[in-house]
Design a protein around this ligand. Structure first.
Ligand code: 9YW
Length: 433
């Protein structure tokens, strides 16, 4: 059997199109924002030009206001719904003229991805030159967020759609669906022709997803109107942690490049405010971890998910808070019958270990937790996250997500969703280094 690394490299090379990577064949045939970033980390270990091209292509689709879309529809392909003709990014006056895309974004990973690429590189000077050629676009993207997605000027940005979170059908959104009553749309799902419907969101959930987009489209994806009218307006700890982590990386990289004093000062200001609000508003003392906040209905969404621990990756919690979080992670997510780290609280009635973001383990979150736990010196549990990740992939293949229950892993069929999934391969390569 080929070594796991070699298999991972093969997955990445097969999903490479020449200028960007697809997350996986058939199910996701375009370029996705946070996938691209995480994929570049994998490529950086064995093919830096591809890693650089991946990010360059992503940034080439940036809008004139700094926004970067969540899906870039490079080709016509009807194996995915909803496609370019549904999303109609052209409605926005500042949208890219070159690429069709969605009118929503995804967790802003690009800043820390550039720093990871730099750390991995064995040609630091050339890498820094490359980074210097793209970094202002990433800064501009962060500026977009703080200018347009923070109506109360808190240093916390909102997402207006569950697809922006990256954790599409998390039970956390159920509370929001209860505040909405969208029409029953007629449409043809494509995801369920590639993947067992039991592992995907329901038709009714899709009605909600489409309805939010219809509202945004009615207003040409205007940020102001979305802030005023979208039924979904959430401050998400994972999304904001990615932004904060990326801010920190931009500061480090600008310092290495030299100059750019004003940008560094601005980034520091954002950091200070964002971290303070993050800790004051999103930490739930009783639950012992970070939670989401529903800005539309002004109420905390008091659930534990793998996103609750992601702030460790961005050095947001104090050591005292981090200690509390680790206790909760071990008690609720880390029982001996569970692989770390389930995407949703395994002790909750809403936990579903087969269904997408309602319970299964995802490799991208595990990678962040591994790094975050190590940041704080919790090396034992970090090692467990790493070993669990390797076992899941070794026993099942490079799936999109995995059953968190150990008892399900007796016959190697507990990997779900798409197979030969790019970020599972990319981040495994990084973990094995
Ligand atoms: C969709 C591509 C995307 C990821 C998301 C994940 C899933 C499905 O796949 O979304 O239709 O967009 O939830 O995080 O970026 O891999």
């Amino acid at each position: 059997m080929k070594k796991l690394q070699e298999q991972a490299i093969e997955v990445l090379n097969n999903n490479w199109t020449g200028s960007f990577s697809i997350p996986c064949a058939n199910l996701y045939p375009f370029q996705w924002f946070w996938d691209s970033g995480l994929i570049a980390i994998g490529f950086a270990h064995f093919d830096m030009p591809k890693a650089e091209k991946e990010i360059e292509t992503l940034l080439d689709a940036q809008w004139e206001n700094g926004f970067i879309p969540h899906i870039i529809f490079h080709t016509e392909n009807d194996s995915y719904f909803p496609g370019a003709s549904f999303h109609r990014s052209d409605l926005h006056p500042l949208a890219s003229k070159k690429y069709k895309s969605t009118g929503m974004t995804q967790p802003p990973v690009t800043g820390f991805v550039l720093e990871e690429m730099y750390k991995i590189s064995n040609q630091k000077e050339a890498s820094l030159k490359y980074i210097a050629s793209v970094i202002d676009k990433v800064y501009f993207n962060h500026e977009y967020f703080y200018k347009n997605r923070d109506p109360q000027n808190e240093g916390l940005v909102y997402i207006y759609h569950n697809w922006e979170s990256g954790t599409d059908n998390s039970p956390i959104w159920d509370d929001i669906w209860e505040t909405m009553n969208p029409p029953e749309y007629t449409f043809e799902r494509r995801d369920t022709t590639h993947v067992d419907a039991a592992q995907r969101p329901s038709k009714r959930e899709y009605d909600h997803y489409l309805h939010i987009i219809e509202i945004a489209k009615e207003h040409n994806y205007s940020d102001e109107k979305i802030a005023e009218l979208s039924p979904f307006l959430v401050q998400d700890p994972l999304f904001n942690a990615m932004l904060i982590k990326s801010n920190e990386s931009l500061i480090t990289l600008y310092k290495l490049i030299g100059g750019n004093i004003d940008k560094i000062e601005q980034l520091k200001k954002w950091q200070e405010k964002s971290k303070e609000s993050f800790n004051n508003k999103l930490f739930d003392d009783e639950l012992g971890a970070y939670i989401h906040y529903d800005l539309r209905n002004e109420k905390p969404l008091r659930y534990l998910s793998s996103s609750s621990f992601s702030p460790l990756f961005a050095n947001i919690p104090t050591k005292e808070k981090a200690d509390k979080m680790i206790k909760v992670m071990i008690e609720k997510f880390g029982g001996e019958h569970q692989y770390l780290c389930a995407s949703f609280d395994p002790t909750s009635a809403l936990f579903n270990p087969k269904k997408y973001w309602r319970g299964p383990v995802w490799i991208n979150l595990n990678w962040m937790l591994f790094n975050g736990l190590n940041n704080y010196g919790y090396t034992d549990i970090a090692e467990r996250v790493k070993q669990d990740t390797i076992s899941l992939i070794k026993n099942n293949g490079f799936y999109e997500y995995f059953d968190s229950r150990k008892e399900m892993h007796t016959n190697g069929k507990a990997g779900y969703g798409g197979n030969n999934f790019s970020w599972s391969a990319a981040l495994l390569i990084d973990l094995l280094e």
